[in-house]
Design a protein around this ligand. Structure first.
Ligand code: XLS
Ligand code: NI
Ligand code: NI
Length: 435
């Protein structure tokens, strides 16, 4: 069998003193951090679309990526070679999960029937490889944004035939996700949004998306798919106003349509920043609403302002993200999917390893630091102290709903207010001493 990454052996943990760029400095899969191993905490996943389909093309230039499987002309042979390459890659990296869109793995045929047949053929091969390498599916999804038919959206399209086609595609994608034992199923709203209200019935479009989700919930139950359904928020790109703007917007939408008990969120770092939030803000918003499902790990570039999907290397941010994950009691059945792509000039196959190793080590280091922060109750104790006025006296009565405006007005008349410092700089310095 052809080897696609002959220059790379199994990536191993060598510790932070190691100078080997093809070794983990922090990620030691079997090392225990508290009750769980690093592998159990982090549940890393490789994104099929970026890693095995990304060609380096951008709006200004042609593909740059050197990948032997791109030179195969027959689309099915190419898809099969890609599967081989993918499993060799994941196994050498030591990552136990992957994620895909239906159209990432198999070519489209001349009609839906043929497309589904292609998909089934590749799924069979993937199923074999999953068993052979002991690699699992974190989530599957349907690509409802690439084909021209989705130019006006999928479930939010003004054209009901497009809605129907999207439903057919998700039905099939859910079936194959179930067949491969997928632990989650993701909906990222592709082109569910709009450019101008001059041509858009926003109310109807949102009602239709809710109808689409209801059908998805029903169908998941019908086929006994017991994975977690996830929605991935994003504020803009490709459309100007994406309906799933951020975590709060999605939660409000789900509650309006009574869908909240069926969905959690898949939160992407670069989407958080595009929405004007930190990754931690989005994670905590989901966590306190019991809706934190899974992560798309990457990072953006503050100076570029679009979804650059870079590999996450900022340990300050991975630490605060892992802090939220630990507070959440973990991610399972979710995981940490690298929705990230190497830069256009990083065109060598080996760069795929460098990118993933950098991301994996950044999160492993973030996990260790966040765990220590929690062990030492650095933030916890400060917060307890800062909010202690709600533990007794008038604060306790407010919390327990024992007082109203009248009682509070009486209280305020008698009481002198003494505020305390928020000590932000002190806390930031402490955090730095841990990182
Ligand atoms: C695009 C999204 C996409 C989803 C899966 O910005 O991040 O890649 O994760 O459809
Ligand atoms: Ni994503
Ligand atoms: Ni993205």
């Amino acid at each position: 069998m052809e080897e696609y990454f002959p220059e790379v052996d199994q990536i191993k943990f060598k510790g932070k003193e190691s100078k080997n760029p093809l070794a983990y400095k922090y990620y030691n899969p079997k090392e225990k951090i508290g009750e769980k191993t690093m592998e159990e905490h982090l549940r890393f996943s490789v994104a099929y679309w970026h890693t095995f389909r990304g060609d380096g093309a951008d709006p200004f230039g042609s593909p740059t990526m050197e990948r032997t499987w791109y030179n195969i002309s027959d689309p099915m042979d190419k898809a099969k070679a890609r599967v081989e390459a993918a499993f060799e890659f994941m196994s050498k990296l030591g990552v136990k999960y992957f994620c895909f869109h239906d159209r990432d793995i198999a070519p489209t045929g001349s009609n839906l029937k043929e497309t589904n047949q292609n998909l089934d053929e590749i799924i069979e091969l993937i199923e074999e490889k999953m068993q052979e390498y002991d690699i699992n599916l974190l989530w599957g999804t349907a690509c409802l944004f690439d084909h021209p038919r989705f130019m006006n959206g999928a479930a939010s399209s003004p054209n009901a035939d497009v809605f129907a086609y999207a439903a057919a595609q998700v039905k099939k994608a859910m079936e194959v996700t179930k067949r491969l034992g997928g632990e989650n199923y993701v909906f990222w709203g592709g082109r569910e949004g709009y450019e101008t209200l001059l041509n858009t019935k926003m109310g109807l479009e949102q009602d239709n998306i809710a109808r689409f989700f209801e059908m998805a919930v029903e169908y998941a139950q019908e086929i006994n798919f017991d994975g977690q359904l996830l929605i991935e928020p994003k504020p803009k790109e490709p459309t100007k106003h994406q309906y799933d703007f951020d975590v709060s917007t999605v939660l409000a939408f789900l509650r309006k349509y009574n869908l909240d008990k069926h969905f959690k969120l898949n939160i992407e770092a670069n989407h958080a920043t595009l929405a004007g939030h930190t990754f931690q803000h989005e994670l905590q918003t989901a966590r306190i609403n019991n809706a934190l499902g899974s992560l798309d790990g990457n990072q953006g570039d503050m100076l570029l302002g679009w979804d650059t999907d870079q590999f996450p290397t900022n340990v300050y941010k991975t630490t605060l993200a892992m802090y939220e994950i630990l507070k959440n009691g973990g991610l399972k059945p979710g995981g940490l999917n690298f929705d990230a792509t190497v830069r256009r000039p990083s065109f060598k196959p080996i760069d795929l390893f460098y990118g993933h190793i950098a991301g994996i080590d950044s999160f492993a280091r973030g996990l260790k630091t966040a765990y220590q922060l929690l062990e030492d109750r650095v933030i916890e104790d400060f917060l307890e102290e800062r909010y202690r006025s709600y533990q007794k006296g008038i604060g306790k009565k407010i919390k327990e709903g024992q007082v109203g405006f009248k009682e509070l007005a009486e209280y305020a008349k008698e009481n002198e207010i003494i505020n305390e410092s928020g000590h932000q700089e002190k806390l930031e310095a402490i955090l730095n001493s841990y990182i």
